[in-house]
Design a protein around this ligand. Structure first.
Ligand code: TSJ
Length: 646
């Protein structure tokens, strides 16, 4: 290297050092750009960013144990038993890798290199972001017999990297406190949320032990200790056991491979169960690709092809039979797809969709060749799987017929709208609303109380179908759901057409008790499964009836939560009569209008896709072991949400 070049090098570093300061300030200024949000999701993201570094060390083969501790005061501590972040000074920058990792944006790979390479993507680059968004962060590195220590506050080093004692261990320990100035909403972590994510990471990194310890409350510490030698196949097994599904073949089918230049590898675990649900979880570089992408598309396509080829060859499908559809061969399927790619490209608004096309060929080869071979070698499993696909194909045929029947019937009937529907006068989607009301008496009050110009009422009636366990053909015949489908007018499943929706707001109104919660959950699950676009486009709402009526000298005040009740009690002083509403039926029309239906005064919860997802069974399966936190979240928050119409 000549002198010139050397100068250039040092200039470059000089410049990048200046960038350092600017960089971290930018993170504090616009945190959302780096961690998505400063709400609970962003807060938890801090932990993942740090843990990802330890996982990278595990992937590199130098670490097999990662501990995450939640300490009193919203403090998190992550420890691994890897090599320790290098502590030597960088020859040109004159500072250690530790300092660089925590004070430069995108420091990943610059030092030591190999450790970060495998995972690419988002990994190993977030430590400085976490540091910038922490009130303080302490880094301890155990290496060469010494404990190295450095402290940072809001992104800036407040000590040099110094030696503070001796140790025989090696590893890295990061302790940090999220900055309440940034995370204004909350700095408290949800054990369940961390549990779910860390378990998932333990599945995706076979053999790595990941421990989560909640030490925030001395009397009640919680520990989870994850280690799955089976990797993704353990993941599938876990899901089936947790859902209590009967599997239709005993072995979990594993397909693993890498492409010739080792720039991409894939692990796929497959097993069918006797339910009608399809669950494909896909990951790229350990990141959950909730919107799928090339790996998932490639898998689905190859699976459909293999099943049809096999079925034709062994005469499961006769010459006159139609090919299996993709849905047919995925009914009852649980699959986990985990790919690792160099230079992963994440696309879409949420960056949760894999874009790399080079993965397609690899997946295609794996599924087409290996899965076909597996089926040939395991005829019993093959038979069970193909029987399943056959019955799915038959049910889909039945659903088609049921749908056509419904269509023909509604074409013939003079009034094709459900008899129980009290429609509104307006046809303008911008203002129309439909209240779906459980119970006839509540339906009556709602009908009496509504503003008929723009509010329609549909009382629910009859036996609810357990949508988690139903195929489309059963939905078509269900007496409770059919009126909902016809009233909304937009069809369902593959036929769903949002443009035909007859009301701008679809409002679920049910009692604030256990039964009401049940019906809400079932309807949400139904919408989630069969009319997802409706939820996605933000048309679904949950009405919030008050829990209490407080009366003082004939004046009524309504409270929508216990807290609100106590506030009102305090405010109004003595001589208050409290009525607790047990159901919508206890309110007369005027009260129902005033408290729950009048757009000027009502409280309504807009359902997000996440909420509907939370109502779905699979969510509770993946969620932590504590009771259904997200469902609880909906129930709880429903009471506090302000009017979303304003
Ligand atoms: F533990 C942890 F999660 F808190 C954490 C671990 C947090 C952070 C920011 C980093 C790490 C971490 C980094 N654990 N192990 C490493 N390893 C390295 O940085 C490392 C060590 C040696 C070499 C080498 O080539 O000799 C390379 C690297 C990348």
């Amino acid at each position: 290297m000549n002198n010139n070049n050397n100068d250039l090098e040092s200039m470059k570093y000089g410049a990048s050092e200046i960038q350092v300061l600017e960089g971290l300030e930018a993170v504090r200024k616009r945190p959302g750009m780096y961690i998505g949000s400063t709400g609970p999701k962003g807060l938890h993201h801090l932990v993942y960013e740090i843990v990802d570094n330890a996982i990278d060390e595990a992937l590199a083969g130098f670490c097999d144990k990662i501990t995450v501790e939640l300490l009193p005061g919203d403090i998190v501590r992550v420890t691994d038993n890897g090599r320790g972040i290098p502590v030597g000074k960088h020859p040109k920058m004159g500072i250690s890798a530790v300092t660089v990792v925590f004070t430069t944006l995108h420091a990943g790979g610059k030092f030591g290199g190999s450790g970060y390479k495998v995972s690419g993507g988002l990994h190993g680059v977030g430590s400085s972001v976490v540091n910038a968004l922490s009130e303080w962060l302490e880094a301890e590195v155990f290496s060469s017999g010494k404990i190295h220590y450095q402290k940072f506050e809001r992104g800036a080093a407040t000590t040099e990297l110094e030696v503070r004692g001796e140790t025989e261990q090696t590893g890295t320990r990061i302790t940090f406190k999220a900055d309440p100035l940034i995370f204004k909403e909350t700095t408290t972590y949800e054990f369940n949320v961390l549990e779910m994510r860390l378990r998932e990471q333990a599945f995706l990194n076979a053999g790595t032990r990941i421990i989560l310890e909640d030490k925030r409350n001395e009397e009640n510490t919680e520990v989870r200790d994850f280690k799955y030698e089976g990797g993704v196949s353990s993941f599938v097994d876990f899901i089936h056991k947790k859902r209590k599904h009967e599997v239709v073949h005993p072995d979990i089918i594993m397909l693993c491979g890498a492409n010739s230049d080792n720039t991409a590898s894939a692990e796929i675990a497959i097993q069918y169960n006797d339910s009608y649900n399809e669950l494909i979880l896909s990951f790229a570089n350990n990141i959950h690709t909730t919107d799928g992408g090339t790996h998932e598309d490639g898998f689905k396509r190859a699976l459909t092809k293999v099943m049809n080829d096999y079925a034709r060859k062994f005469n499961v499908l006769k010459e006159s039979d139609r090919n299996f559809s993709g849905e047919d061969v995925r009914e009852g399927l649980t699959a986990v797809i985990s790919v690792k790619v160099v230079n992963a490209q994440f696309e879409g608004q949420t960056k949760a969709k894999l874009g790399n096309t080079e993965i397609k060929g690899l997946i295609d080869d794996l599924v087409t060749e290996r899965l076909y071979m597996y089926l040939e070698k395991n005829p019993a499993a093959a038979k069970a799987i193909l029987d399943k696909a056959l019955s799915a194909a038959k049910a889909r045929d039945a659903a088609r017929k049921a749908r056509d029947l419904v269509r023909r019937k509604s074409a013939l009937e003079t009034a094709s709208l459900p008899g129980k529907l009290s429609d509104c006068q307006s046809k303008d989607m911008q203002e129309t609303e439909i209240y779906i009301v459980e119970g006839d008496s509540a339906g009556g009050s709602a009908k009496g109380g509504r503003d008929r110009r723009f509010q329609a009422i549909l009382p629910l009636w009859g036996k609810m179908l357990n949508v988690e366990k139903a195929r489309l053909d059963k939905v078509y015949g269900n007496e409770k759901l059919m009126p909902v489908i016809t009233a909304l007018g937009c069809g369902l499943g593959d036929d769903f057409n949002l443009e035909k929706l007859r009301y701008g707001k679809v409002i679920i109104m049910a009692d604030a008790d256990v039964d009401g919660s049940h019906i809400r959950t079932l309807l949400l699950t139904f919408f989630f499964r069969f009319m997802r676009a409706l939820v996605d486009a933000g048309h679904v709402y949950i009405a919030q009836p008050p829990l209490y009526r407080l009366t003082k000298s004939k004046k009524h005040t309504y409270a929508y939560s216990d807290e609100q009740r106590d506030e009102v009690l305090k405010e109004l002083g003595q001589g208050i009569d409290i009525q607790r509403y047990k159901g919508l039926g206890e309110m007369d029309s005027d009260q129902l209008w005033e408290t729950t239906m009048n757009p000027e005064t009502r409280i309504m919860l807009k359902v997000k896709l996440e909420d509907a997802e939370a109502a779905d069974e699979i969510f509770t399966v993946l969620m932590g072991d504590k009771v259904e936190p997200r469902r609880e979240f909906i129930e709880k928050n429903a009471k506090y949400v302000q009017n979303l119409d304003v």
